[in-house]
Design a binder for this molecule. Structure first.
Ligand code: ADP
Ligand code: MG
Length: 573
């Protein structure tokens, strides 16, 4: 359905055309007509499906001459970035329409400037819950003429601990308002808000082609810049998949990587669109009959490939599109089998892209340490011990040992030489990643840090994301600027850059976290021995310093995640 099939004003149609939109997305098709009618709506749809326009277009359309001096529409967003982004988009929709004034209000920015904009008669206000509450308290934002409240990314706002603020805002706006809620997921808390604050809402749920990726365990590895090929070799040597796919974003990369792997003794073959059909068929056949253990491919070339029994998918490059990630990892874990997906990332940008994928797929992608050459040697030793224990000796072997003994090489020495050679054959070609240190996170990494202490903790059911949400909202800094968050029974400490600590303490003067009024101070104590880190009772978490996963040591981690290849091969037959 095209936008001009809606009963929109000329000004909006023009703006939408200028943005290059032609067809409406599904969520837009279903929600815009209802929103224009003034109905309450609960819209559920994945990230990237155009929800901003779904509520932004009707919002702009509804502004009239009589809204000149007062706020008619209030949009709540979880973060400063999202508020700014929604504001920019709404301004684009309003480009040809006179009298629409939108304003974004969020923490960490000048209060005066925001007050000024509000006074000039912003009829669409987009803000983060904390700052919106702040303006309401100061009476610089008046609620009495608001006729529509929109909660964008409602689930995220609740996750960040904004429930109390949101409820307080909803309770204070006039009762006969329109209430609209968009969310990617629909947890119980949202249903509760819907029931309490919406009137006869229409529920819209857009199903996506998304596959269940539940059977696929997902991990990622941070790799130093330029060392992905070495890292992949180590991973292949450690995990020894009998059948694996490796995805690259370009044909050149497929060729280079395949060549490198073959040179190091891996049975790898490449597949991309520039190859002749006959070559492609050969490659596919060798992969299907397991002569080639590793298929290196581009997304396009691999489309539609359906090979059973793929143990692992490696993302050498991050996919350019979130959907591709799902398609890629869906190659493993077929037909009810479990599979594993490993993603290599270098640099902070890729880490953020990975986080976006994680959010999009609603799956946890856990960090794992890269195996080091020494880990693989340790594993090889284990398997040699096992192999030799289970092996049988015949006369030929004894014959050789007797001849060696006559030359003065005793049995122990002879065995040692043979074992050494076996070990070397398998591990000599492996790269050493020692020099590749994991990335440091955060703009301020390296800068001196101090801790601040907040006087709420586990006793108030505080979670790290509540803390982070409140800090980001109050300071306008990004989540990356904050370091380790440790939650104790009655307090929480947060690592912050020393240079910003004073500013952070100032700007959190009157904040609330999960509904609790809190006090934020510079931390002076030492908690390491007195309290246990909350993480110790949580899911295993990779600790960089200790190089351990939860309480486990490296060796244990690998033996846990490296499936026994022989067993797997048997299963297949
Ligand atoms: P969501 O909030 O659902 O995650 P956004 O509103 O951020 O999605 O939109 C994602 C992208 O899609 C934006 O770049 C937006 O400009 C674009 N977009 C939205 N609607 C359309 C449309 N009808 N046609 C083309 N692009 C669109
Ligand atoms: Mg959005």
């Amino acid at each position: 359905m095209h936008f001009n099939e809606l009963n929109l004003s000329e000004e909006l149609i023009r703006a939408v055309e200028e943005l290059g939109y032609t067809e409406m997305t599904e969520i837009q098709q279903q929600s815009i007509p209802l929103l224009l009618e003034g109905r309450d709506v609960v819209g559920r749809s994945n990230t990237g499906t155009g929800k901003t326009a779904a509520f932004g277009i009707p919002a702009v359309e509804s502004i009239t001459e009589s809204d000149r001096k007062s706020t008619a529409i209030l949009i709540l967003c979880p973060t400063r970035e999202l508020a700014m982004q929604a504001n920019e988009e709404i301004r684009k929709f309003a480009k040809f329409k006179e009298g629409v004034k939108s304003s974004a209000i969020y923490g960490g920015a000048s209060m005066e400037k925001q007050i000024h904009e509000l006074k000039r008669g912003a009829n669409i206000v987009i803000g983060t819950p904390g700052r919106v509450m702040d303006h309401i308290r100061r009476r610089t934002l008046k609620l009495d003429s608001i006729r529509t409240v929109i909660l964008d990314e409602a689930d995220e706002m609740l996750n960040m601990g904004f429930r109390e603020d949101i409820e307080s805002i909803l309770a204070d706006v006039p009762d006969n308002r329109q209430t609209v809620l968009f969310s990617a997921t629909m947890p119980k808390e949202i249903m509760a808000i819907t029931e309490k604050y919406q009137t006869d809402p229409v529920h819209i749920k857009i199903k996506t082609a998304q596959k269940t990726v539940e059977l696929i365990e997902q991990f990622y590895f941070e790799v130093a810049m330029g060392r992905k090929t070495d890292a992949l070799k180590l991973l292949l040597a450690a995990y020894k998949p009998a059948s694996a796919m490796v995805f690259c974003n370009t044909k050149v990369m497929v060729d280079q990587l395949t060549e490198e792997l073959v040179k190091s003794g891996f049975r790898a073959a490449g597949l991309h669109g520039d190859m002749k059909q006959i070559q492609r068929t050969q490659v596919m056949n060798s992969f299907k009959n397991k002569t080639a253990e590793i298929l290196v491919a581009t997304d396009v070339a691999a489309r539609g490939i359906d090979v059973s029994g793929i143990d692992a998918v490696f993302n050498y490059d991050l996919p350019q599109d979130n959907e591709y990630y799902i398609h890629r990892i869906g190659r493993t874990g077929r037909a009810g089998r479990t599979g594993t997906a490993y993603t290599l990332i270098s640099g902070r940008k890729q880490l953020y892209d990975l986080r976006a994928i994680e959010k999009y797929t609603h799956a946890e992608i856990r960090e794992m340490p890269l195996p080091e050459k020494s880990d693989i040697i340790a594993m090889k030793k284990e398997s040699l011990v096992k192999d030799i224990t289970e092996a049988q000796a015949g006369h030929n072997a004894y014959d050789i040992l007797d001849r060696l003994a006559s030359q003065g090489i005793d049995y122990r020495e002879a065995a040692a030489r043979v074992i050494e050679k076996l070990l070397k054959n398998e591990t000599e070609a492996l790269p050493d990643l020692e020099s590749a240190r994991p990335l440091k996170k955060g703009r301020n990494s390296g800068a001196k840090t101090v801790k601040i202490v907040i006087n709420v903790g586990r006793n108030r059911r505080i979670a790290p994301n509540f803390i982070l949400g409140a800090l980001v909202d109050a300071t306008g800094m990004t989540g990356r600027d904050f370091g380790k968050i440790d939650i104790f029974d009655e307090h929480t400490t947060v690592e912050v850059p020393e240079a910003e600590s004073e500013y952070i303490i100032e700007s959190t003067d009157s904040i609330k976290i999960n509904g609790n009024k809190v006090e934020v101070k510079l931390y002076k104590g030492s908690d390491s021995d007195k309290f246990r880190n909350r993480r110790s009772n949580e899911k295993p978490h990779f600790d960089r310093k200790k190089k351990a996963y939860g309480n486990k040591k490296r060796a244990e981690i690998f033996s846990d995640y490296i499936p026994d290849r022989k067993k797997r091969m048997k299963k297949r037959h």
